[in-house]
Ligand binder design. Structure first.
Ligand SMILES: *Cc1c(COP(=O)(O)O)cnc(C)c1O
Length: 236
């Protein structure tokens, strides 16, 4: 288990090297530790090693870990990064700090309505489908400006930026190209600036295999799972 601590150190070093290569301050990139499929004990070790932000893909699994780690709740942030069905929005609004995977207005409206008044606004990234494959989650780039403008008006949400999950490829330039598309969409939204709710300080892109390419293109939050916890084994 001590490997989680050393893997975390390695990933921080990777981020530092990538920010330096890009001429960016090291603190301009935040590490989101993706803990999906790994037990609460693994998260506990990552917390002990200084990790403070965790990403989960499945609502139920995330809720179980949030409950198991309730003693750390004030210290850490929980981010939902996987697809969100509308019948699960209430539990997400009540328990998570961020949702990266919003791609339709209906989901955003429910999250805003269901966010408990005693909690701060829920942080939102809009997931964009830049590859154009119909099977993939994410709003189409052409529909993004209208969705962003509408989500920015919702009172209990705070629109922070965009999330991308490009097709896996080993080629660095192809990785960069996909990340650049998302960065350009974010830039265009910032130029349009449709209102005071639109801070747009977050570009959530880059994972274990492509975080250097993502940081080169302006990622502010990289989502790293297997490079920290090891290969995932899904239940059969
Ligand atoms: C699983 C997952 C990650 C982490 O992927 P790794 O390759 O394990 O780093 C990041 N983002 C999303 C949306 C994921 O589903």
């Amino acid at each position: 288990m001590a490997t989680i601590t050393s893997n975390l150190q390695q990933q921080r070093a990777r981020i530092a090297a990538a920010t330096q290569a890009a001429g960016r301050p090291v603190e301009s990139v935040t590490l989101l530790v993706v803990s999906k499929t790994f037990p609460a004990d693994a998260v506990r070790e990552a917390i002990a090693a200084g990790a403070r932000r965790f990403g989960e893909n499945y609502v139920q699994e995330g809720l179980e870990k949030i409950a198991a780690l309730a003693d750390h709740r004030a210290q850490i942030e929980w981010h939902l990064i996987g697809p969100l069905q509308s019948n699960k929005t209430r539990l997400v609004a009540e328990n998570f700090d961020w949702v990266h995977s919003v791609d339709r207005l209906k989901t955003a409206q429910r999250l805003s309505e269901q966010r408990p008044p005693e909690l701060p606004p829920l942080n939102i990234c809009l997931q964009v489908n830049t590859s154009g494959e119909a099977s993939k989650s994410g709003v189409a780039p052409a529909d993004l400006p209208a969705l962003a403008a509408a989500v920015a008006q919702l009172p209990r949400l705070r629109l922070r930026g965009l999330m991308g999950v490009p097709e896996p490829t080993a080629d660095f330039e192809t990785q960069r190209h996909a990340h650049r598309q998302l960065a350009e969409l974010q830039h265009a939204l910032q130029q349009a600036a449709p209102g005071p709710h639109l801070a747009l300080d977050t570009l959530s892109m880059g994972m274990s295999a492509d975080l250097e390419a993502a940081i080169a293109e302006g990622a502010t939050m990289v989502r790293v799972g297997s490079a920290i916890f090891g290969a995932r084994r899904y239940a059969a």
